[in-house]
Design a protein around this ligand. Structure first.
Ligand code: FAD
Ligand code: UDP
Length: 440
């Protein structure tokens, strides 16, 4: 039986101040973290769950949908699933088959395409002639800045490849994306990007790289279906709006942690994004006069040493993602059809513009930096000493444990730049912890 997903806020809830709806668990947020918890708590632990989601769809930032051109697009930026954890693959495989992808991207700078992340092919493009891994290692040894323990995102790059490649590929992109100097960001930010001296030019490091075969949303719908009538979902519903109507024994919170505490210690910094999609029909794709004024360089055939790269028939650009570190306001153009494997005559590209976070905008990225980590620690301590501030105390059902707990999980509630697999892992672990806690 499919769980109830309905768009009306609070529609099935008792009116405020009359009898409240009682559930074992109230879950805030229908992203990977909230949905994994919902699935585990209902199917494995037999708990009743009410899940509230302020957006009008499942999946949080991993939501995908068919756009007006019939192209399956990732609504909130490209989501490349990858993991080294077989347990996560096994768990999600209950709800999806996989479309294997070697995620490959390009960078566009100085009027040409570059293989990226930096690898032997990039180095050869840089030299303008064939080379070897040994020569590249030698070059890097001569150019790297000797820093044993890189403390920030500038150091982590220059300690591997030196200033010139840092400035070509990392500095401008990072300044645009974060509106902070790489020196002010944790080493983990630019350290996410591999640098290799062989020809492996996959963007990601992990062993398992694949995308849900029918898309993320289809996978989320199957997770919800597995929950049956133990799960009720209210879309378009703000957590706070339903407080007077619900009582629960346990709360799973996956929203922003500073918002949960009414910004009592100050606002945490986030980065937001603006997505500009543009679709092309097969006729437009076949007409180079349309495309050449939009694309940075015309398609042509050639080896990786060539400055130009052909876009395959039916596509706008030569790779699923092209990064623009320097000369454009956007950071990347994503054409996800390359990754999804969808057979479709039309295509859609999305230009991604970094944006300051503020009212009415989505908090896409926590900012990994010493100052934000220090502020987050204040909220983190609060989660341990004061997990339900006064405005939430009323949520607890009579008969709940003397010391009920709240699960703070997900990217926003733990303020960490986590990937999807890490989020699923966190939720599975939390669900196991709750299973071992009889009162929860
Ligand atoms: P979210 O997906 O943010 O879900 C939280 C949900 O809670 C949201 O739907 C939100 O609307 C809801 N919510 C918040 N507050 C409230 C409230 N008060 N009331 C009701 N609902 C509320 N990961 C990868 O592994 N690979 C990638 O390639 C990748 N690319 C990414 C690209 C971009 C642009 C972004 C932003 C993220 C990317 N990620 C990627 C990270 C991935 O999106 C996250 O790891 C994952 O989606 C986090 O899931 P979550 O449930 O913690 O958070
Ligand atoms: N980055 C960069 N140049 C690039 C790609 C990435 O400087 O061409 C840096 C930038 O700071 C970025 C970070 O590396 O925010 C992580 O990149 P990733 O592509 O993993 O970011 P995400 O997909 O999470 O936005």
């Amino acid at each position: 039986m499919t769980a109830d997903v309905r768009p009306e806020p609070g529609s099935k809830l008792p009116a405020p101040h009359s009898m409240r709806k009682h559930v074992d668990c109230l879950i805030v947020g229908a992203g990977f973290s909230g949905l994994t918890m919902a699935e585990r708590l209902t199917t494995e632990q037999g708990k009743t769950c009410l899940l509230v989601e302020k957006r009008d769809h499942l999946g949080g930032n991993a939501y995908d949908k068919y756009d007006a051109a019939g192209v399956l697009v990732h609504a909130y930026g490209p989501h490349y699933f990858r993991t080294n954890a077989p347990r996560i693959v096994d768990y999600l495989s209950q709800f999806t088959a996989w479309h294997p992808v070697d995620y490959k991207i390009l960078s566009y700078s100085d009027g040409r395409y570059w293989n990226f992340p930096i690898n032997l092919n990039t180095f050869e493009q840089f030299l303008g002639r064939p080379s070897t891994s040994e020569e590249m290692e030698q070059w890097m040894a001569e150019h790297r800045v000797p820093i044993d323990n890189p403390a920030n995102s500038e150091e982590v790059v220059v300690s591997q490849v030196g200033w010139e490649l840092y400035e070509k590929f990392f500095k401008g992109y990072t300044l645009k994306q974060w509106r902070r100097h790489p020196k002010e960001l944790d080493a983990s930010v630019c350290g996410r990007i591999p640098i290799r001296t062989n020809r492996d030019d996959r963007y990601l490091r992990e062993d398992f790289q694949a995308i849900p075969k029918d898309g993320y949303t289809a996978m989320f719908e199957r997770m919800v279906a597995a929950c049956g009538d133990k799960l009720e979902i209210l879309l378009n519903t703000e957590f706070r709006a339903i407080l007077p109507q619900v009582r629960c024994k346990h709360l799973v919170y996956t929203g922003p942690i500073d918002e949960y505490y009414d910004y009592g210690h100050g606002r945490l910094p986030y980065r937001s994004l603006r997505f500009e999609p543009e679709s092309f029909t097969s006729e437009q794709l076949a007409d180079s006069s349309v495309l050449n004024c939009l694309r940075p360089s015309p398609p042509s055939s050639g080896s990786h040493l060539s400055a130009e790269k052909p876009a395959p028939a039916g596509f706008f650009q030569p790779a699923m993602q092209v990064n623009y570190p320097n000369d454009e306001e956007f950071t990347r153009i994503v054409e996800i059809k390359h990754a999804t494997g969808q057979q479709c005559a039309n295509t859609t590209i999305v230009r991604e513009y970094p944006d300051d976070f503020g009212p009415g905008k989505e908090a896409y990225y926590p900012v990994p930096a010493p100052d934000s980590a220090a502020l987050y620690q204040k909220y983190k301590s609060r989660t341990e000493t004061d997990p339900f501030p006064p405005h939430l105390r009323d949520l607890w059902a009579p008969g709940a444990a003397a010391d009920p707990t709240v699960s703070f999980i997900g990217r926003l509630a733990t303020y960490r730049y986590y990937n999807m697999d890490q989020i699923v892992g966190m939720a599975l672990k939390e669900a196991e912890k709750l299973a071992a806690t009889p009162a929860a």
